[in-house]
Design a protein around this ligand. Structure first.
Ligand code: PRP
Ligand code: URA
Length: 208
């Protein structure tokens, strides 16, 4: 199921990310701020457990996250969404997943994974700013489920209808939270109007 997060500040930050003149530093800052805003709706139903907390004046009930959250950023671009989540959720685990799209076939190539098996029953958030054809997200979800993860959400910044459809078809149990549903993919598999290549925009590796 898709949730498009509708908030005025989400729209403001996306405009900065889209702007071709936004440099890497500003891109990274606005991506982090935007991710913080997405963390709230994505974690609306996060399980918390009560415990006793003692203030300087009295004892009362406090709450803590029941099961540590596992963040799975898809390298490279998902790295830029880790800080925003860690700013607002205490004590997360970060499990990197390396994959890139083959430029010719647009199929994902997985080159690194390290999901800790003991966290299979914890909530998992797959972080990738771009959900384009959906190939990378579906492959990442296949991998996470093969590792035993069951409670998985996807958080993206910009999604294409094609990618959302593919995730819904292959993983109907997974909720997708996105800041923006764009119009379409172009012939090279880029989201239109999109923001370009999210990895290159963050890390300055714009191809010649
Ligand atoms: C981008 C993006 C996603 C993928 C989305 O990564 O971060 O992982 O493309 O495309 P898809 O939905 O069609 O699979 P990219 O392959 O550019 O890797 P990079 O971040 O290492 O540059
Ligand atoms: N990956 C990106 O970084 N941007 C797109 O538009 C599509 C895939």
């Amino acid at each position: 199921m898709l949730t498009v997060v509708d908030h005025p500040l989400v729209k403001v930050h996306i405009a900065v990310l889209r702007d071709q003149h936004t440099g890497t530093d500003a891109f990274r800052r606005h991506l982090t701020a935007l991710t913080r805003l997405l963390a709230f709706p994505a974690l609306q139903d996060l399980d918390i457990a009560s415990f006793t907390v003692v203030t300087p004046l009295a004892q009362t009930t406090g709450y803590q996250v029941a099961k540590m959250l596992v963040l799975v950023p898809v390298l490279r671009a998902g790295l830029g969404m880790v800080e925003g989540f860690r700013d607002v959720v205490p004590d997360t685990v970060v499990s990197h997943l390396g994959m890139y799209r083959d430029h010719r076939t647009l199929k994902p190539i997985r080159y690194y994974s390290n999901f800790p098996a003991s966290y299979h029953d914890h909530p998992v958030i797959l972080l990738d700013p771009m959900l384009a054809t959906g190939g990378s997200a579906v492959d990442a979800l296949d991998y996470l489920k093969a590792e035993g993860a069951r409670n998985i959400r996807v958080v993206s910044i910009i999604s294409a209808p094609e990618g959302v459809r593919k995730v819904e078809e292959c993983h109907p149990d997974v909720r997708v939270f996105t800041a923006q549903l764009d119009e379409r993919l172009n012939e090279l598999g880029y989201i239109m109007p999109g923001l370009g290549d999210a990895g290159d925009r963050q890390f300055g590796t714009v191809p010649e």
